[in-house]
Ligand binder design. Structure first.
Ligand code: HEM
Length: 416
């Protein structure tokens, strides 16, 4: 049955509880009766998928923490011990490592969905910015976690990334030593990274609650980008979207378990199975795949400070997007010119990712510069200009109308 508009306790115990702490009513209004546009497609299931991965990461992470030892002489071995000796340790560790990759894969789809359908635009700017904060926290958690197994890539990634701060004049060097807790990446660094790797997801969790709260204030966008105008445009979240989300979650889990059970090291770097050695620098220090586009931007500039500023600038672009696109139409379905630029941007982002995995020399540097220039061009020139001059195609009058139009297209009556 579809959800009632208000929560009605079914027995006296629930009523007693609800009169004192109306938490079930809150859950009911957020996840059962919540009015959701009736035309959401599968791209809208990724919020739920992300929430599931957040849970998987927290649960597996807490279990790993029971066996992991944050000490430079024991960290690597304790990770191996988890894989080999702890009951189902291999499963927990591979779920956590591959879960991080899946989490990023899902968040990129979630973000690009927002780009395409204009979910970042008013009145959802706050929701979007909370998303950008979450994304940054995810990157922090991913980076901190990658250091913990204390393999070669862990050690050298920590060295490269913390060293970025040394690019800032005067304060740079003291900041780096302060981050390290010494004069090189070592025991104090590992210990504090462990502490922060535990803390950051807790902060992230709080921001996810705020994110979902903000969503419930402004409501979902939808593939047409048209605002909800009447009750006809919406459906209660349960059962219509609970079942759709559940289906998508199961489908996505199949990809996840394929990695966990059949190819658990595919997404990692083999060098991380070599214990950290400060005396041997790996020939190519590469971060995890989800950082690669930003890594390419960082290395595109010969100047270290310039590279760092550009990389942070690239992230800042996401936060100011709501004010760069001025079109009245949200969804790119009705903006054919901007839709072409959207796909060019997707190609540019993928290309940057590939460049990030290549050595920073010769033709790769030149291509990285071009792709970086295009990245900024997209946000700073193309978005404002196209949104000002492109005349959107006519949009349906309402969400309900768009659904009826689609149904009409497929009906035999229309074909006859
Ligand atoms: C842990 C990470 C995240 C979780 C658990 C999460 C959760 C959700 C959920 C449950 C929804 C509603 C369902 C849906 O639209 O898919 C949603 C919507 C949304 N999220 Fe996220 N999110 C996360 C990260 C992000 C990030 C990184 C961004 C952007 C930078 C973002 C931007 C948005 C926007 C704009 C919406 C509204 C979409 C619409 O209605 O069209 N989220 N999020």
């Amino acid at each position: 049955m579809s959800g009632h508009a208000t929560f009605e306790p079914q027995n006296k115990y629930v009523k007693w509880f609800e009169d004192r702490l109306p938490i079930l009513g809150l859950v009911h209004s957020s996840l059962v009766a919540f009015q959701t546009p009736r035309n959401l497609n599968y791209w809208w299931t990724f919020g739920g998928i992300l929430f599931m991965f957040l849970m998987i990461q927290i649960i597996t992470g807490v279990i790993l923490a029971m066996h992991y030892i944050p000490h430079e002489t024991l960290a690597f071995d304790s990770t191996e011990h988890i894989l080999r000796n702890v009951n189902y340790g291999w499963l927990i560790r591979y779920m956590h490592a591959n879960g991080a990759s899946m989490f990023f894969f899902a968040v990129y789809i979630h973000m690009f969905r927002g780009f395409y359908y204009g979910s970042f635009k008013g009145p959802r700017e706050g929701l979007w910015i909370l998303g950008v904060i979450i994304y940054n926290l995810m990157m922090a958690a991913g980076f901190l976690g990658y250091v913990l197994p204390w393999g070669q890539m862990s050690f050298w990634a920590a060295t490269v990334i913390t060293n970025l701060f040394s690019a800032f004049p005067i304060i740079g060097e003291p900041i780096v030593h302060w981050l390290w807790g010494g004069y090189s990446v070592g025991q104090p660094t590992l210990n504090r990274f462990y502490s922060f790797h535990y803390l950051v997801p807790m902060i992230l969790f709080v921001f996810v609650i705020l994110h979902v709260w903000a969503l419930h204030v402004v409501g979902n966008n939808n593939p047409t980008g048209i605002s909800v105008k009447s009750k006809q445009d919406t459906l209660p979240f349960h059962p219509f979207y609970t079942i759709k989300d559940a289906y998508a979650i199961v489908a996505f889990l199949l990809i996840f378990v394929w990695f966990v059970f059949f190819n658990p090291n595919q997404l990692g770097h083999p060098d991380n199975y070599i214990p950290a050695n400060p005396m041997v620098t790996p020939p190519h220090i590469v971060p995890e795949w989800y950082f690669l586009p930003f890594y390419a931007i960082l290395r595109a500039v010969p100047d270290k400070l310039g590279g760092v500023l550009l990389m942070f600038g690239a992230l800042a672009m996401l936060a100011v997007m709501p004010w760069l696109d001025r079109s009245k139409a949200r969804s790119l379905t009705y903006r054919p010119i901007m839709a072409v630029f959207f796909w060019l941007f997707v190609i540019d982002a993928l290309f940057l990712g590939w460049l990030g995995s290549q050595p920073a020399e010769g033709i790769y540097v030149i291509m990285s510069r071009l792709a970086t220039a295009y990245y900024f061009l997209h946000f700073l020139i193309i978005m404002p200009l196209v949104s000002t001059f492109e005349k959107p195609r006519p949009r349906p009058e309402s969400i309900m109308q768009s659904v009826l139009d689609k149904a009409g297209d497929a009906s035999p009556a229309k074909e006859a």
